[in-house]
Design a binder for this molecule. Structure first.
Ligand code: C5P
Length: 218
């Protein structure tokens, strides 16, 4: 066990690999706590946007962390008590989140906050550096992957449902760019941990993917 009586499942993977859906469902099934670490970067990006700061004002961004309150209620995200769950999913905020995630000082400042989610009976944490940096001693590590084409199709479907008609070719380019930023950044890049079980879920349903993970737990 990663810490006494707490079972930690760390899931990493690229944007659109289904980590969010899978981690949420898994935490419900197991009755574990849930951490969407990407939402932390997104909510900080929103705060930066609101304060009209630039993504490269590193010191000011770290200072800003002391002024804002980030909280969660399962999959709902709050900034200073306001529900910002939809706002943080907007494309401009996604792009900004990926940029500020390159800030090493910011990442360091967020470590203890993220680790505080590891509580009894257990935690399902998802992001880019859960298996490698935040919970290197996790009890189970998963790297969830899917092809860029499959991930773009899923994103396209989500956007269509929201009433946004976007070009799928543009999505492929955007997702590939975000992968590049996440994989090639100097600090905490998205890499496959040696201990991680790789699951490629191209063509797999949510249920099938979850069953694979449950089999690993058992
Ligand atoms: O997972 P999601 O797409 O919501 O994450 C938003 C951005 O936050 C990602 O593009 C990534 O750059 C960053 N991120 C990160 N480390 C994490 C989770 C997310 O750098 N653990």
């Amino acid at each position: 066990m990663s810490s006494e009586d707490t079972f930690t499942i760390a899931i990493d993977g690229p944007a659109g690999s289904g980590k969010g859906t899978i981690a949420k469902e898994l935490s419900k099934i197991l009755n574990y706590h849930y951490l969407d670490s990407g939402a932390i970067y997104r909510v900080i990006a929103l705060a930066i946007h609101n304060k009209k700061l630039e993504f490269n004002q590193e010191k000011k961004i770290v200072e800003l962390l002391k002024e804002i309150e980030i909280s969660f209620e399962f999959d709902k995200t709050f900034l200073d008590g306001k529900d910002v769950s939809s706002e943080i999913r907007e494309e401009s905020i996604s792009k900004l989140a990926s940029k500020i995630a390159q800030n090493q000082e910011l990442r360091k400042s967020l470590l203890s906050f993220q680790r505080s989610f590891a509580k009894k009976p257990g935690l399902v944490a998802e992001g880019r550096d859960m298996t490698t940096v935040v919970f290197p001693g996790a009890d189970l590590k998963i790297y969830l992957d899917a092809s860029v084409e499959e991930r773009s199709k899923r994103r396209h479907k989500q956007l269509i449902l929201k009433g946004n008609n976007v070009n799928i070719a543009n999505l492929v380019t955007e997702i590939a760019l975000r992968d590049k930023q996440d994989k090639e950044r100097v600090h905490s890049p998205l890499v496959i941990d040696d201990e991680a079980h790789i699951i490629n879920n191209d063509g797999l349903s949510v249920e099938e993917t979850i069953n694979k993970i449950l089999a690993l737990i058992n």
